[in-house]
Design a protein around this ligand. Structure first.
Ligand code: ADP
Ligand code: MG
Ligand code: ZN
Length: 610
């Protein structure tokens, strides 16, 4: 109190700021501002940065959730400079560490990286410094496996701790701790030791993606119970334009992509996420052949080559990087103008993260997602066959569910993309914040169409009957859609399937509408896919799923059903030329009303019988 009075008196008495600073004890606020302006040379704080800095410097554990590019690093780098002692930062990838280190070097902030690839001499130099009375390094980056494996590291940590020179642990990309997250890493699960071994040392956790459930899991895994400061903000990336594009086949998609880049992204760089290393190579080759400077970047390349490519990418000497999802984490760069998914991502969270590498500078950027049923099948098949993987701790069921949700997202041609994505993070986003923004509307908001709600319960029951009628060698998705839409071709006639009850049921709906419905039935477990290997390809046959019985029993139910299953889908009503003519009702609209009416009558009947 005396101090405060004193300093305010000095403040009043003296006009000369320098005098005030000399006499006044430096407050945390002043220290932050000082370092922010003079070391980082920045002028305005981004959302939550100030609050997070204050919290960290008041010795709280901090859990900081900010979108990619939001400026999470500053929230530990700045305190690391002010605090006495050394801050240890755990990051999952060498390339990420390399990037951070370079940036800090540019700012003349003394830092080091203890990663697997440095020479023993380099490592020794770092350890020598850390054993000094006052180490020069303020920040030391380490990979998680170092913590569990290196005695040398653990010894120096213990020594610093005993000498009260251990400032803080930072866990970057902390979602890797949780098996519920989209990128679980086994090495990260050791990090719970930090709190137990060094109970007084504060933790700062950073991530761009963690649903509330994942957040809880992370805290639990890291043994953080009780007080911590949580910083969350809207996950909406307002400068990104989301779009999903149906993929006819690989060749067509490749030429679409080449055109897209030539027409829209001249001299602008982007990332193309591919399914496999081979697909990376092939895509890069194709683009190169079309005079687009593209390079393939994946774990199959040796370290030296990867570093070279990385540098060329960072220095804008390469326009397009074709990367596997597993390897894309290290290729952050501010001026990425487009992210293209050549194959569908593995989860919505993953997609948010990957597409989020576009537009980190805040300028408008595009996210194009190419999707097709075959890729979805391929991915699912891979998960089911995958017995030993880094994410085998994440159950197959979780991964299958993730991929189902991604496919539902792709097919959903009605709901605002932002609304769909953000729902995953527990955020309610009104499409009115996307629609009408002109330059950054998502594909669904950009287009003009009406919607109508379709009661699909009846159709779904018919689909399930159809699936048990058909012998399974016929029941591919495309065949089922043909029947439902009344496509009268030779195969169907020869098999006599044009006489099936379901024939014609969805005649006015588009293929995509029907696929959306079936995809929904798959996600909800009413329909399942059976994979049959034929030569080199795999075909998925649709069969009634584990929940099918709940639905089919509806129609034969006597009375007293307590849970009425109701499947509803919002369907897009495309503008027809004569739509302005009030008299002629849109045929699709008409069909939907008929079906809804029918369902309603049945519902009434059912209610009466109770
Ligand atoms: P992320 O949250 O994805 O880890 P970074 O911490 O890497 O993001 O920051 C992204 C970029 O934003 C970096 O280039 C960083 O220098 C810059 N940045 C961070 N905070 C600010 C700020 N307050 N003003 C201007 N630029 C900032
Ligand atoms: Mg970061
Ligand atoms: Zn939208």
């Amino acid at each position: 109190n005396i101090n405060m009075k004193l300093s305010s008196t000095i403040n009043v008495l003296s006009d000369d700021k320098n005098v005030v600073q000399q006499v006044m004890p430096e407050t945390i606020e002043n220290q932050i501002l000082n370092v922010f302006h003079h070391v980082f040379k920045l002028s305005d704080f981004r959302h939550n940065q100030w609050e997070a800095l204050i919290a960290a410097l008041h010795h709280h554990d901090c859990f900081i959730l900010m979108p990619t590019g939001g400026g999470k690093s500053l929230c530990y780098q700045l305190p690391a400079i002010i605090d006495s002692g050394v801050t240890f930062v755990i990051a999952p990838l060498r390339s990420l560490i390399f990037d951070q280190k370079q940036r800090l070097n540019l700012l003349n902030i003394p830092c080091a990286a203890l990663t697997g690839n440095i020479s023993p001499e380099e490592a020794n130099e770092i350890y020598r410094d850390l054993y000094k009375d006052i180490p020069a390094y303020k920040i030391v980056f380490i990979t998680p496996e170092k913590i569990s494996m290196s005695d040398q590291l653990n010894n120096v940590l213990r020594d610093l701790y005993n000498r009260q020179l251990l400032a803080r642990f930072v866990i970057d990309e902390c979602h890797c701790v949780s098996e519920w997250g989209h990128d679980f890493r086994r090495d990260y699960s050791q990090l719970g030791q930090l709190r137990l071994n060094y109970p007084e040392i504060n933790l700062t956790l950073l991530t761009a993606t963690a649903t509330p459930r994942v957040q809880q899991d992370i805290l639990q895994q890291l043994n953080i119970n009780g007080n911590y400061k949580l910083f969350v903000q809207s996950f909406n990336r307002s400068n990104l334009i989301y779009e999903c594009i149906p993929k006819e086949n690989t060749d067509i998609a490749l030429s679409q992509i080449a055109n897209l880049i030539k027409i829209n992204y001249q001299n602008q760089c982007g990332i193309i996420y591919c399914f496999s290393r081979a697909e990376c190579d092939r895509t890069a080759q194709y683009l190169l052949a079309h005079n687009i400077h593209a390079l393939s970047y994946h774990a199959g390349l040796n370290d030296a080559l990867r570093q070279t490519i990385h540098m060329r990418w960072i220095n804008n000497e390469c326009q397009v990087i074709c990367a596997t999802v597993a390897f894309g984490m290290g290729i952050d760069k501010n001026n990425v103008r487009f992210v293209i998914h050549f194959s569908i991502p593995q989860s919505i969270e993953g997609y948010y993260q990957e597409s989020g590498r576009a537009g980190r500078d805040g300028e408008i950027a595009n996210c194009h997602l190419f999707f097709c049923y075959d890729d979805y099948i391929r991915m699912k098949r891979l998960i089911l066959n995958d017995d030993e993987s880094k994410s085998s701790k994440q159950t197959k069921q979780v991964r299958i569910n993730n991929i189902n949700c991604v496919y539902d997202y792709c097919l959903n041609n009605v709901t605002c993309r932002r609304t769909q994505l953000l729902e995953y993070f527990g955020e309610i986003f009104s499409s009115s914040e996307c629609k009408g923004t002109m330059s950054t509307e998502c594909d669904n908001c950009r287009q003009d169409f009406r919607t109508s709600s379709l009661d699909c319960t009846r159709i779904s029951i018919e689909i399930l009957k159809l699936l048990s009628d058909l012998n399974q060698t016929n029941s591919t998705l495309s065949y089922i859609i043909d029947i439902l839409r009344g496509v009268n071709n030779k195969t169907i006639r020869d098999a006599g399937h044009h006489r099936l009850r379901a024939f014609n049921l969805c005649q006015q709906l588009t293929r995509l509408d029907v696929e959306r419905l079936i995809s929904r039935l798959i996600t909800d477990g009413y329909v399942k896919q059976e994979f049959i290997e034929q030569q080199s390809s795999v075909t998925a046959y649709l069969r009634p799923g584990t929940n099918a019985i709940q639905l089919t029993s509806l129609s034969s139910q006597r009375s007293g059903s307590t849970t009425k299953i109701h499947i509803e889908l919002t369907i897009r009503i495309e503008q027809v030329n004569n739509d302005h003519d009030e008299e002629t009702q849109n045929p699709k609209q008409k069909l939907i009303e008929q079906i809804n009416e029918q369902c309603f009558i049945e519902l009434k009947k059912e209610l009466k019988s109770i």
